[in-house]
Design a protein around this ligand. Structure first.
Ligand code: CO
Ligand code: ZN
Length: 337
């Protein structure tokens, strides 16, 4: 699975520009499902046909980035965030554009760190003039963080673990599904999660799932003086109870817990006091979809080096495999008269 994770995290795919990630995933998953299709937003669906209730597992393909807002006559580029990017974390980092152009981020003179906001940051791509910069980058182009994947032994570090690790988990789970399933399963690789769960909104509307699951990263409380949180790296995937976007449906939450316990898969319970996932959009689709989320514990979410535990990733794959093989109680599609 490591090679798959590396390929996924190192592919360029900020919100709205997920095509390369989508093509990669389509290629990796097509043998494992009955069919794949995309919608007008760019969401990728990988479907195992079967009776209702359809299970929808959603991982988002997009990653955070920075968008060029202005280029001055010396070739310095001004930027704004795409998704939740912390300006204070950027100075000294490198970013890369779709065409391979690399630039470093630095800042104007400041008296103290607190003054460091988007208006003080600029990109330097080595151009000596506006004309030279313009040959490679235009206003509106988006760059992503530029950091390689590293295997640290038991843990992996990379940019865009949020949420390519979820994509990798779904691709791997699809490969392991048994030949016959009690109900249909659709793996959805959504677009534009980081800018407001936009892809999952249309994907859920189209699919009319019986149940929805987001598979995404969550924050942890296991680093020095971290805000108190009951999730740690290496203690198993986290079954979400609540975040700012969703209160997990009790049927979904409890079946996830029961299944993990029955299969002896380690798990943690997650209450995330900020942030959301695709489940926030899925559960509000049409007449409502019972939804929950399986989270991969992740340190330094939205930083240039996000860290996950390899065992948590493996256990997440197994739990999704077992959840898919389980007979789920029937639900309405939410839109019957
Ligand atoms: Co995110
Ligand atoms: Zn995410």
């Amino acid at each position: 699975m490591e090679a798959l994770i590396q390929e996924l995290v190192e592919t360029y795919g900020p919100s709205g520009e997920e095509a390369a990630v989508r093509e990669l995933i389509k290629d990796k998953i097509k043998e494992s499902v009955d069919r794949t299709f995309t919608d007008n937003m760019g969401n990728l669906f990988a479907l195992r046909e079967g009776p209702a209730p359809l299970l929808m597992f959603s991982a988002h393909m997009d990653e955070i980035g920075v968008i060029v807002t202005h280029i001055d006559k010396e070739g310095f580029m001004r930027i704004a965030p795409v998704g939740g990017v912390n300006a204070q974390m950027l100075p000294g980092q490198r970013v890369i554009f779709k065409n391979g152009t690399v630039a470093t981020i630095y800042h104007e003179k400041i008296k103290d760190r607190k003054e460091l906001d988007w208006s003080k940051l600029y990109l330097d791509g080595g151009a000596a003039s506006l004309e030279q910069a313009g040959e490679r980058v235009r206003v509106g182009d988006v760059a992503t963080l530029h950091q390689p994947f590293v295997n640290l032994g038991k843990r992996y570090m990379a940019k865009a673990m949020d949420d390519r690790i979820g994509c990798a988990v779904l691709v791997e789970a699809a490969r392991r599904l048994p030949r016959s399933l009690p109900q249909g399963v659709c793996f959805v690789f959504s677009v534009q999660e980081e800018v407001g769960l936009r892809g999952a909104t249309t994907a859920a509307y189209r699919l009319k799932p019986g149940y929805g699951f987001a598979v995404d990263v969550t924050a942890v409380g296991d680093t020095p003086e971290a805000p108190l949180m009951a999730v740690s790296l290496g203690k198993g995937p986290a079954i979400k109870v609540m975040d700012r976007s969703v209160l997990s449906h009790p049927v979904v939450r409890d079946l996830m817990i029961e299944t993990a316990e029955k299969e002896k898969i380690p798990y943690q319970l997650e209450v995330l006091e900020y942030g959301g996932t695709d489940a926030g959009a899925i559960h509000l689709s049409r007449g409502g979809v019972p939804s929950g989320a399986l989270s991969i514990p992740c340190r330094y979410v939205h930083a240039p080096s996000e860290m996950v535990d390899a065992a948590d990733v493996r256990h997440a794959v197994t739990l999704i495999e077992k959840l898919s093989a389980l007979q789920w109680p029937s639900t309405g599609t939410g839109d019957e008269g």
